[in-house]
Design a protein around this ligand. Structure first.
Ligand code: PMP
Length: 426
């Protein structure tokens, strides 16, 4: 069966796979056919990643939209195409990676490579384990205190810099004596504290931060140290994971839902200092105990195989771009032109976030002319192929999420549109 599939032209398989999907644009169907023809000529496993510039151009031409969603978010087109080419017959096995045992050799190779590439990208030291988990970052809000605190009276500190760290704090209160060491609520979550203004409990087991608040657009540019010398720095990096280099050794736990920068929803990545594993509270469910997953190389139960595989493709793509230092430069440039446009608009567009902590990933802004104009802005932008620009339902306004996979051309198109919109609606 596998041998037959391996000699079958992939074009037929891919055409069949592409046809019922009813793609929204004729261009996508055409691209599937082009891809099929190409896949028939070359091995699926060997599809070369196009240069970033070529990928950006292809994005515009073939997808027809730039997707500014906060998550699940846009993925590199080259990754989607590679997944498409490998979908039906993974590496000549005659099966999709979705159809295989998670204990088989193909998936084993895929998860090991994903971990190795992530370790290379973030220079994860041997002192830290990489875990592929489920339940979203939200589940880590409970898992972190369950794994790090001895019981519900063990203190933990939280910097509450937006909705996500607030949720993390509230969940942690169930499993620890969590307290707020600093809150940005009064300032509507538009700033971060100087580190010496964080009122840390010297006994706190850990200090939790959200490195990038996805809704409010506030991003840590450096990280505080726990005041407790044996305290642990914990970060929810869901929305800026792998967007820049990070000194992993400073953290006891980093966790991130994949669906913003590195893959589809369904997998949550945790990077945990190994000496912190194995001391979970007795009530900890087996699936929330880091030890369960560390001892079983993330294969204790059936993992989200397809999501992990896609993350692996994204990691490969990030390495091919030159690693996270290069990726950071691109992200800074994209964010820079967007914030510059906002700041040069004479108050037409307003980003309330303190300039020193503005997120390079999520750019929230409002229009001084009010919500009706924001609605019009979002609707007109969508007509021009810039979609999912609506701000989070809790804050309204506009939010442009410009993760790693958003091409520069997408941001350039957005700023050109912003200037045009302003000129047309003074
Ligand atoms: N933390 C942050 C910073 C987020 O942006 C999100 C999701 N938007 C979450 C946590 C929750 O993640 P999940 O939906 O994967 O549980």
């Amino acid at each position: 069966m596998a041998a037959a599939a391996a000699t079958t032209p992939h074009s037929l398989l891919l055409q069949r796979a592409a046809t019922p999907a009813a793609p929204p644009r004729a261009a996508i169907a055409a691209s599937s056919l082009r891809l099929s023809a190409r896949a028939a000529r070359i091995s699926c496993a060997a599809v070369a990643a196009p240069s970033p510039a070529a990928a950006a151009a292809a994005d515009e031409a073939e997808r027809g939209v730039y997707n500014f969603a906060a998550g699940p978010a846009t993925l590199p087109l080259s990754v989607l195409k590679r997944a498409q080419a490998e979908l039906v017959d993974y590496h000549g096995s005659g099966m999709s990676i979705m159809e295989m045992s998670h204990r088989g050799k193909e998936f084993d190779a895929a998860i090991k490579k994903a971990e190795a590439d992530l370790r290379a990208l973030l220079a994860v030291p041997d002192t830290h384990a990489v875990l592929f988990l489920q339940g979203g970052a939200t589940t880590q809000f409970a898992a972190v205190p369950l794994n790090l605190c001895a019981g519900p009276t063990d203190p933990a500190d939280f910097v509450v810099s937006g909705s996500w760290s607030d949720k993390a704090f509230k969940e942690a209160k169930k499993f620890s004596a969590a307290s707020v060491a600093w809150s940005g609520k009064d300032g509507k979550y538009t700033a971060l504290p100087p580190f010496d203004a964080i009122k840390q409990n010297p006994e706190a087991r850990f200090l939790h931060i959200c490195s990038n608040e996805t809704i409010h657009g506030v991003e840590f540019k450096d990280y505080p140290e726990p005041r407790n010398k044996s305290g642990i720095l914990v970060a929810d990096m869901s929305s800026n994971f792998c967007s820049k280099p990070v000194d992993v050794s400073r953290f006891g736990v980093i966790y991130a839902g994949a669906q913003k920068n590195v893959g589809p929803s369904g997998v949550t990545i945790a990077i945990v200092r190994k000496d912190l594993i194995g001391a979970a509270q007795p009530i900890t469910p087996v699936m929330l105990d880091f030890k369960t997953h560390a001892d079983n190389a993330s294969l204790y139960n059936t993992p989200p195989c397809f999501a992990i595989y896609i993350c692996g493709l994204v990691f490969e793509d990030l390495l091919a771009q030159g690693g996270l230092a290069e990726v950071e430069k691109k992200n800074a440039h994209k964010a820079g032109i967007l914030y510059d446009t906002i700041d040069a608009s004479g108050g037409y567009y307003i980003c309330p976030v303190d300039k020193s902590v503005r997120s390079h990933m999520n750019v929230p802004f409002t229009l001084a002319k009010g919500p009706d104009f924001e609605k019009q802005f979002i609707a007109e932008a969508a007509k021009e192929g810039m979609v999912q620009l609506k701000g989070h339902r809790s804050v309204g306004g506009v939010r442009a999420s410009i993760y790693n996979a958003m091409p520069l051309a997408g941001v350039e198109k957005l700023v050109a549109f912003m200037k045009d919109f302003q000129a047309r609606n003074p």
